[in-house]
Write a protein that binds this ligand. Structure first.
Ligand code: DX5
Ligand code: ZN
Length: 220
């Protein structure tokens, strides 16, 4: 297995110094830039939209991992492809025709991701897992950074790993929400391939060293 990926969530960045924070990620041991898009409808918060993502894209040198917490994501698939998304993740709960949405994402040349809210069972992916490049298990209720990790995530990770093995797919498992150095290693041991970390990285005194620390504990 390749080394687990670290994806700092720019939601916790200092937006007054966005270029500086994006460049910090560029120069760190992080693998992806995680970009949270919230519409105030699917989740009770609004984050940022196209102009801000364009500014991030201008400075980012690592793949962009875009997490859409929006209703009717199909309307924006092309727009996010044009913004340079490497992975485009939609929420299971926001898609009436998930299979069609996944094909549309892939036809634009992006990896197709599906995020599951904490209440959404992994078993619901039984019939689509073959078409999914990445499953994002939400380990907090989406909408805000800085929340506490939900412990039931480990059981979901186990179920997802079993499903992926049963179907023989190469789907990556991403964990998003409340990731810190207290749970990172255990998550990787349970099968996580990508760890998203917002507050733990950006609220640290030394974000670069914090990313290096997460990389080292998950790689041992
Ligand atoms: C939550 C977002 C997360 C969030 C993670 O809705 O999807 O990506 O930024 O933030 P922390 O790591 O602070 O929980
Ligand atoms: Zn996210």
């Amino acid at each position: 297995m390749s080394r687990p990926k670290i994806a700092p969530s720019l939601l916790a960045a200092d937006f007054g110094n966005l270029q500086r924070d994006v460049e910090m990620v560029n120069e760190s041991l992080a693998d992806w830039h995680h970009i949270d898009v919230m519409d105030g409808i699917f989740v009770p918060n609004i984050s940022y939209g196209m102009p801000v993502i364009k500014a991030i894209q201008k400075h980012a040198t690592k793949p962009l991992d875009m997490h859409l917490m929006i209703v009717e994501p199909d309307r924006y698939i092309k727009a996010f492809a044009n913004l340079g998304a490497h992975v485009l993740t939609v929420h299971y709960e926001a898609c009436n025709h998930l299979h069609r949405t996944l094909q549309a994402i892939k036809s634009e040349g992006m990896l197709a991701g599906v995020a599951l809210n904490p209440h959404t069972s992994v078993s619901l992916l039984e019939d689509t897992i073959n078409d999914i490049d990445l499953v994002c298990l939400m380990s907090v209720n989406p909408g805000f950074g800085g929340q506490s990790f939900i412990e039931n995530t480990y059981d979901k990770l186990t179920a997802l790993k079993e499903l992926i093995q049963k179907k023989g797919t190469h789907t990556l498992i991403e964990i998003d929400g409340g990731v810190t150095d207290a749970n990172a290693k255990k998550l990787v041991d349970y099968g996580a391939d990508v760890l998203v970390a917002g507050s733990f990285v950006f609220k640290a005194q030394d974000p670069t060293a914090t990313i290096a620390h997460l990389a080292s504990i998950t790689n041992s």
